[in-house]
Write a protein that binds this ligand. Structure first.
Ligand code: XMP
Length: 512
């Protein structure tokens, strides 16, 4: 096992993911719990994550000293590098010259981390995000790479197998980063890579069985890939102790509820109950414009409906959800972790404090594309696994401004046409996620010989690997023109269409 100590970076889970890709199991613990975890797990290597703090602030987080004294290989990333430097006897200061985003590392010396990819004298692109910098190295450490803002961009002590790097190797914007982490795990720490998604599945099943015992589980099935994979996994683990419930909250895409029911009942034979809660949700959301309140309201009602259904089934103790890691990290300050809340994802942050069911979330550690691999492992068909992600709060967060039944209906129609055009153009699989957004503004148009005053529809499409970062999809103008024409012609209530060309960051994928 590789132990990853989390100092609150938004991308810590990507480190775990890269280590998994190198075929090695890893566990993430917040720095406050790291000492106990280190003693319990006895890891073969430790990685210290980045984080928002500065080592120069009093009371800023530290790694437990035992990590540096136990003789295991250690890799410090960004803040992890800084705290390693300071804890080993070096010094750091906060710097005026902050580096964010793309930077270049100048390789100074051969280093096992660079094995098979970087040679002295070369420059390589990396992704930086830091404010502090190293002033003096701890004894026994030497420099392997520099950057413009960081003369100690890569340092280490090969004898003790401890390395620190200023940039983030875990993000895709450091093109050789995955290989660098692989080198740390395989070459520096000498750990063999024999872990796989099949092994993950077995372990997940075991964990579910342990957690659930002989209890009953109900699963919030939405028809999306995540909840479907979660349901199949739990079904494999505990069989008929599982009942799936699909809540039609009136915020789904066109025909979605009916399609999902058909598929799961007919093809998978999973016990599935369809709850019609459209009025309950839409009445509660009527006129609501605040994104966080929308999410919280939906989260609260969701749980209420589930508790009622659970009672009807004679009391289930567990509620299963297909929560993924990006949902967790972006809500993590809610659960007391060290990073900042961007959105309260309804399946994590909206849960009322006193919920009567315990959560089963077998996908909490995974990213979307890993869930797809797991889905294949569980026998789900390709076309289903390839479906675009759809958020729990559904169309509510694609309808900025006050929600009304009418606007939801307009949005649903526009979205269906947009996706239909994408499929017909053969673009569906090239796009990670595409959807329409109905803007709360009306603009003037002319149709036939008359004046129109109707809503604006925005088209969103992004490419992404994991939902954490995303690029807007570069459409051909003729495609956009055709889709816009169809939407305006066929949907009453929309007379103008615009395309969203924002990437993430600085935007998020959804509009709310
Ligand atoms: P953002 O908008 O944060 O979205 O860039 C990243 C990915 O997460 C999806 N998303 C959600 N999924 N419950 C979910 O199950 C939610 O509350 C939620 N909010 C966003 C979003 O569609 C995108 O794929």
């Amino acid at each position: 096992t590789v132990l990853i100590i989390d100092f609150g970076s938004q991308v810590t889970q990507l480190i775990a993911r890269r280590v998994r890709e190198a075929g090695v199991f890893s566990e993430i613990v917040p720095f406050q719990l790291a000492e106990e975890a280190f003693r319990r797990i006895q890891p073969k290597a430790v990685i210290l994550s980045g984080g928002p703090a500065s080592t120069t602030e009093t009371g800023s987080p530290r790694a437990p000293q035992i990590v540096f004294e136990a003789g295991v290989p250690v890799l410090g990333i960004c803040y992890g590098q800084m705290t390693m430097c300071v804890q080993m006897g070096g010094t750091a200061e906060s710097s005026d010259h902050r580096e964010f985003g793309r930077a270049f590392v100048q390789v100074e010396k051969e280093c096992p981390l660079f094995d098979g990819m970087w040679a002295p004298g070369q420059r390589h692109q990396v992704w930086m995000s830091h404010g502090d910098r190293v002033i003096s190295l701890p004894e026994g450490f030497e420099v392997f790479g520099k950057s413009e803002g960081a003369p100690f961009a890569v340092f280490g002590d090969p004898t003790r197998k401890m390395y620190g790097i200023m940039f983030h190797p875990e993000v895709v914007h450091t093109p050789d980063g995955a290989k660098l982490l692989q080198n740390f795990v395989h070459k520096v720490a000498g750990i063999e890579g024999d872990w796989s998604m099949a092994a993950y599945k077995e372990k997940a099943i075991e964990t579910i069985r342990k957690q659930v015992g002989s209890g009953k589980v109900i699963c919030a099935l939405s028809g999306g890939v995540d909840s479907s994979v979660a349901a199949l996994l739990i079904h494999e683990a505990v069989g008929d102790q599982l009942t799936c419930i699909l809540v039609d909250h009136g915020l789904m895409r066109k025909n979605e509820a009916a399609d999902v029911v058909t598929m799961f009942r007919e093809h998978y034979n999973l016990p599935l109950i369809l709850v019609d809660a459209v009025d309950r949700f839409v009445d509660a959301l009527e006129g609501e414009a605040d994104p966080e309140r929308k999410r919280k309201t939906i989260g609260r009602l969701f749980i209420e409906v589930f508790e009622e259904e659970a009672k009807k089934l004679g009391g289930a103790e567990f509620l299963a959800q297909g929560t993924l890691y990006p949902d967790v990290i972006e809500s993590v300050s809610f659960t007391g972790g060290p990073s900042v809340t961007i959105k309260s994802h309804h399946n994590v942050g909206g849960l009322p404090e006193r919920m009567n069911m315990k959560l089963v979330e077998p996908l909490r550690e995974l990213f979307k594309d890993e869930v797809r691999v797991l889905g294949k492992e569980l026998g789900l068909p390709e076309h289903f696994i390839g479906r675009h992600p759809f958020p729990g709060p559904g169309l509510a967060i694609r309808c900025p401004g006050g929600i009304t039944r009418e606007k939801l209906q307009i949005l649903r129609e526009a979205d269906a046409i947009y996706l239909d055009e994408i499929r017909k153009a053969g673009l569906y699989d090239a796009i990670w996620q595409a959807f329409a957004v109905l803007l709360p503004v009306q603009t003037v148009g002319v149709m036939g010989d008359g004046r129109t005053y109707e809503f604006v529809c925005a088209l969103r499409a992004v490419t992404s690997v994991d939902g954490m970062t995303a690029d807007f999809y570069h459409y051909d103008m003729s495609f956009l023109g055709a889709a816009a024409t169809r939407i305006i012609n066929e949907v009453r209530g929309i007379n103008r269409v615009v395309d969203d060309v924002t990437s993430k960051p600085p935007g998020t994928i959804e509009w709310e």
